[in-house]
Design a protein around this ligand. Structure first.
Ligand code: SF4
Length: 123
């Protein structure tokens, strides 16, 4: 198996070719640093992404508020997380950084609000 991964760990965006030489053994080519091999290994074996979404609120003025995971989460958890978020309704006021889901599915990942509303709450 051979696959190309673009490392997103820094702006260089190295194109890394990953070759599975035997089951569970990989060779990497094209990474300019060790972080790239770690990134490519994770991307092949357990890819993760930061999730952004909006959640319904109880406010007519701000019916939806943006949220995101505070760390990348394994891709297999993204759909169930989005289903949960789209069912959720939060009460305003809310502050940027406020945790609305803690340690989702024991992943160590929290979901946080990314906007303060109303704005004077941020003062
Ligand atoms: S391999 Fe290293 S230099 Fe290349 S994009 Fe990843 S972190 Fe940056």
């Amino acid at each position: 198996m051979e696959k190309e991964v673009i490392c997103l760990s820094c702006p260089n965006g190295c194109h890394i070719t990953v070759q599975e030489t035997s089951p569970g053994e990989f060779q990497f080519q094209g990474a300019k640093c060790e972080r790239g091999e770690v990134y490519a290994y994770e991307e092949i074996t357990d890819p993760k992404r930061v999730v952004t979404a909006v959640v319904q609120t109880d406010s007519e003025e701000m019916p939806y508020i943006p949220v995101k995971t505070d760390k990348p989460i394994p891709k297999r958890y993204i759909n169930p997380l989005l289903v949960q978020l789209y069912k959720q309704k939060i009460s305003l006021p809310a502050k940027c950084g406020q945790v609305i889901i803690q340690n989702y599915m024991e992943t160590g990942v929290n979901v946080v609000i990314t906007r303060t509303f109303p704005l004077d709450l941020g003062k």
